[in-house]
Write a protein that binds this ligand. Structure first.
Ligand SMILES: CC(C)(COP(=O)(O)OP(=O)(O)OC[C@H]1O[C@@H](n2cnc3c(N)ncnc32)[C@H](O)[C@@H]1OP(=O)(O)O)[C@@H](O)C(=O)NCCC(=O)NCCS
Length: 176
């Protein structure tokens, strides 16, 4: 199993197509974006090449490859307004392993450590993330990587007939 990462600086229409496919995958929608109701869950988003190019102005994105196949992406933003703890020098991270064959093989574990290294190299000291309370797989991974819960935002997202909390987690990046 060969895993590698690539900093996305020049998006192509093939990459946009993959992002749109993951964004609109019914299995992923409940896990990756907050939804207010059933309609949101069914909404299809179509990002253009221009949208993705603009996103990269404030969002550092890394592509995740398994045996040279693009299987997912991860990204960070610096000090976005939605941080739970508004501490300057914080990277807000997100990850989507969009292709099912990329999940459950330890790729997320390796990928986030790589992302942490990139964040550290930018002189940032803290990471914050949000994970929905029913996303047990992701919570397991973050705990394994040393992330700690700092709070919960109530009734944050709709799934399976009810509203669920968003769990916020943080990790301080050490010197070694
Ligand atoms: C959540 C997500 C990032 C986790 O990534 P992943 O690669 O599937 O998860 P892991 O790295 O933890 O690997 C999963 C399993 O593979 C196992 N594994 C296999 N080989 C491994 C290896 N070499 N090293 C580490 N773990 C390995 C792990 O033990 C783990 O099993 P466990 O959870 O029972 O301990 C990914 O599944 C995903 O993108 N899901 C959909 C979108 C999503 O939920 N995003 C996060 C929103 S907050």
């Amino acid at each position: 199993m060969k895993i590698h990462f690539s900093h996305l600086t020049k998006p192509t229409s093939t990459i946009v197509d993959m992002f749109n496919q993951w964004e609109n995958d019914p299995a992923l929608i409940p896990l990756t974006r907050p939804n207010q109701n059933m309609e949101d869950l069914e909404h299809q988003w179509e990002m253009t090449l221009d949208d993705l190019t603009k996103r990269l102005e404030h969002n550092q994105t890394y592509l995740i490859y398994l045996d040279d196949q693009l299987v997912g992406e991860m990204n960070y933003m610096v000090d976005p307004s939605h941080l739970y703890k508004k501490e300057q020098g914080t990277a807000w991270i997100g990850i989507t392993i969009g292709e099912p064959e990329g999940r459950g093989k330890g790729i997320g574990f390796v990928a986030i450590q790589y992302l942490e290294e990139q964040i550290k190299q930018q002189g940032l000291k803290r990471i914050e993330l949000g994970v929905f309370e029913f996303n047990i797989q992701a919570q397991k991974l973050y705990k394994k990587l040393g992330y700690q819960e700092i709070g919960r935002i109530k009734d944050f997202t709709y799934w399976q007939d009810k509203m669920w909390n968003d769990i916020r987690m943080e990790k301080y990046l050490g010197d070694c």
